[in-house]
Write a protein that binds this ligand. Structure first.
Ligand code: NI
Ligand code: MN
Length: 220
């Protein structure tokens, strides 16, 4: 699986044939990518804040990708003529690439009546947990018990989401094999040191931390 970490909470996973794109916010991304540069077969939107929905609609319109998100955002996407699959927290669905389950996330939805979410995604033989924007919550332990997570994408920026201390505690609850820090250093308000986060997590939990620089690709 090739992981392309664009920046912030925007990344994609590709298995050689299918591209899953997550929260494609592109403003000031280090590669200077715009919506026309990205390919996607499926686009995940965790919530409707601008730094997550980002260019999702423009990319979905151009590529005809299927948007996978909560019912409220899916309804809005459909009203804009886009392909969308509505789900909600606790629900799972088998897609051609694998199973997706929506998880709790403690955060604003950014849309009337909605709720922010995270995603458990089965793809290319691995289990990925994208926490979305969230504070620390004890049910992460349940998520870890119910899913053998290979890669957990956790926000560490603080202010809007978990900071490094809470994200390190979350890593202990989730018991993911590998934790990938995201949602930091986009703006001065969420500046964090990922190396320090890595040291704490690897000292206090059984998880490894993979720091992926913005604008780079790694083979998972
Ligand atoms: Ni948000
Ligand atoms: Mn955010």
């Amino acid at each position: 699986t090739v992981l392309h970490y664009i920046h912030h909470a925007a990344f994609s996973l590709n298995d050689g044939k299918t591209t899953l794109l997550f929260d494609p916010y592109l403003e000031n991304n280090p590669e200077g990518l715009s919506s026309g540069d990205l390919k996607a077969d499926y686009i995940f939107i965790s919530h409707f804040h601008g730094d997550h929905v980002g260019e999702a609609y423009a990319i979905a319109k151009r590529t005809e990708a299927l948007i996978i998100t909560t019912a409220e955002i899916a309804n809005d996407a459909k009203a804009h003529g886009l392909n969308a699959h509505a789900m909600h927290i606790g629900g799972s669905h088998e897609f051609p690439f694998g199973k997706v389950k929506l998880t709790l996330a403690f955060h604003g939805s950014g849309i009337a009546g909605g709720h922010a979410c995270g995603f458990i995604v089965h793809f290319d033989g691995s289990v990925f947990y994208f926490a979305g924007d969230t504070g620390l919550f004890a049910d992460m332990e349940l998520i870890g018990k119910r899913n053998a997570i290979d890669y957990a994408f956790l926000p560490i920026g603080d202010n809007f989401t978990m900071g490094p201390d809470d994200a390190a505690y979350a890593a202990g609850l989730l018991k993911a094999k590998t934790v990938i820090p995201i949602h930091y250093n986009t703006w001065p308000l969420i500046d964090q040191d990922p190396e320090e986060f890595k040291n704490v997590v690897e000292k206090e939990t059984s998880s490894k931390v993979l720091i992926v620089p913005c604008g780079t690709r790694v083979d998972l």
